[in-house]
Design a protein around this ligand. Structure first.
Ligand code: GDP
Ligand code: MG
Length: 442
């Protein structure tokens, strides 16, 4: 899958300290193949690769990130841009009702979406009306009625006198009905075919002309891949589309279609449907879709937060102290911990790491209070004590425990763990920087 390929590209990058132009070229080649295999439109791929490469070569070196993280960051940002940047909400009409028309192929998920939209709008204090303008299939009206019932929303359907059999008349009638009964949003469900054809386009265009929608949404099954681009183009030319809704994102969608449609049409993806239940629905968030496509958990968020909060200078100073024996004290430990905490709750930070799913249980068991306790203990120490734990005799430990509101055994545990950890870090540092081995005491 695209996710797997990209993951392995980034994994290769992560082990590098510096990136050369050749590294970037090789990476971009992999990304290009990965995107093409995922059915992303060729034009979109070319544009994307060029943009990322240009930026990667010019990348300003950020202190907080290593070069491979920077490439990941650029790839992500360009992906978000291609997916439309920011979520685009519905534009409500100044004078109600706001008319939303749904168009797309049969089975795309229009009727289901109509119910989801209605349910969501209702929860936002709107009074939506569903309109059954799909009179193609015998049970289409009934399907919408069931959906409307589940959403708790009224359905306007053809009855004798409403214009039986003519979806255009039904659609037209629904607007007058909404105005009379003060519905403030009208959602028009239309018929689809299995493929694009002239009759379907004509009907959709006629319904559109009858109701002059504020939003015409093209609904597309995210699993249909490259075809989606051509279908979307046909609907945009034949009917005119304001936004796109991707459905069935809960399936094994490759993401390629999503990428291509937004860019090729130049229209925003507005909603994402991800299940059969009416609640399986959300605004489309390009940033979330990008991390889904990149398949990197929320590692991107982590990179961003690291960049924002991590003070590279301070970390370097701490690392240098660590190299010189015994200089790394509890004060340094405390500031490192505090920097990490600025990024969010520890369980959340760890949860964002790729592969964290496997360790969910352990991560959930991390006790924030334990970390609070550690902080409290260190706060109760004098600067001298923080610098040199060796001076912590029994009476000092008792005083610290009282100050921090913990048991002496808690203080002992922290000190022992710190000494252990420092030993381990020192031996790691010694191994990683062979040159240090020659220094006295290393
Ligand atoms: P329409 O022909 O465009 O009106 O499509 P429908 O709304 O009737 O949906 C076709 C089928 O897809 C139905 O079985 C729906 O339950 C299913 N469906 C719609 N949206 C989703 C979705 O987001 N996820 C999944 N898994 N199924 C969906
Ligand atoms: Mg339908």
């Amino acid at each position: 899958t695209l996710q797997d390929r990209l993951a392995s590209v980034f994994k290769g990058l992560r082990s590098k300290g510096r990136l050369t132009e050749a590294d970037i070229d090789a990476t971009m080649r992999e990304i290009r193949i990965a995107l093409l295999e995922a059915d992303v439109n060729l034009g979109v791929v070319k544009e994307f690769v060029t943009a990322v490469k240009t930026r990667a070569l010019e990348a300003e070196l950020s202190k907080a990130l290593n070069p491979s993280q920077q490439v990941i960051k650029i790839v992500n940002e360009e992906l978000v841009a291609i997916l439309g940047g920011e979520a685009r909400p519905i534009r409500f009409a100044k004078k109600p009702p706001t008319v939303i028309m749904l168009a797309g192929l049969q089975g795309a998920g229009k009727t289901t979406l109509a119910g989801k939209l209605a349910r969501w709008l209702k929860s936002e204090k709107h009074t939506p009306l569903l309109v059954a303008a799909d009179l193609q299939r015998p049970n289409a009206v009934q399907q919408l009625q069931i959906v409307g019932e589940r959403a708790g929303v009224h359905v306007y359907a053809p009855e004798p006198g409403n214009g039986v059999g003519d979806p255009i008349e039904v659609a037209r009638g629904s607007i007058a009905h909404a105005e009379a009964k003060l519905y403030d949003v009208v959602i028009v469900d239309t018929a689809g075919r299995l493929g694009v054809d002239a009759e379907l386009m004509q009907q959709a265009a006629d319904i559109k002309a009858a109701v002059t929608p504020h939003e015409t949404l093209f609904v597309v099954d995210a699993m249909i891949g490259q075809d989606a681009v051509n279908t979307a183009k046909a609907f945009d030319e034949g009917v005119g589309v304001d936004g796109v809704v991707l459905t069935k994102l809960d399936g094994d969608a490759r993401g390629g279609a999503a990428l291509s449609i937004a860019r090729v049409l130049g229209k925003p993806i507005m909603f994402a449907s991800n299940g059969e239940a009416l609640a399986d629905f959300d605004m489309f968030h390009p940033d979330r879709m990008a991390s889904r496509i990149l398949g990197m958990g929320d590692v991107l968020t982590l990179i961003e937060q690291a960049e924002k909060t991590f003070d590279a200078e301070q970390s370097r100073a701490a690392a240098e102290k660590l190299m010189s024996r015994n200089q790394f004290g509890l004060q340094d430990f405390l500031s490192q911990m505090q920097q990490l905490r600025k990024m969010g709750p520890m369980s959340k930070i760890l949860g964002m790491l790729p592969g964290a799913g496997q360790f969910k249980q352990a991560i959930n068991e991390i006790d924030e209070r334990e970390i609070d306790r550690i902080e409290a203990i260190i706060f109760s120490m004098t600067p001298k004590e923080r610098d040199d734990v060796a001076i912590l005799n029994g009476s000092r430990r008792a005083r610290i425990a009282r100050g921090a509101g913990v048991e002496v055994s808690d203080v002992n545990k922290l000190v022992n763990r710190f000494v252990e950890a420092r030993k381990m870090m020192e031996s790691m540092a010694g191994g990683r920087f062979p040159g240090m081995g020659g220094m006295p005491g290393m």
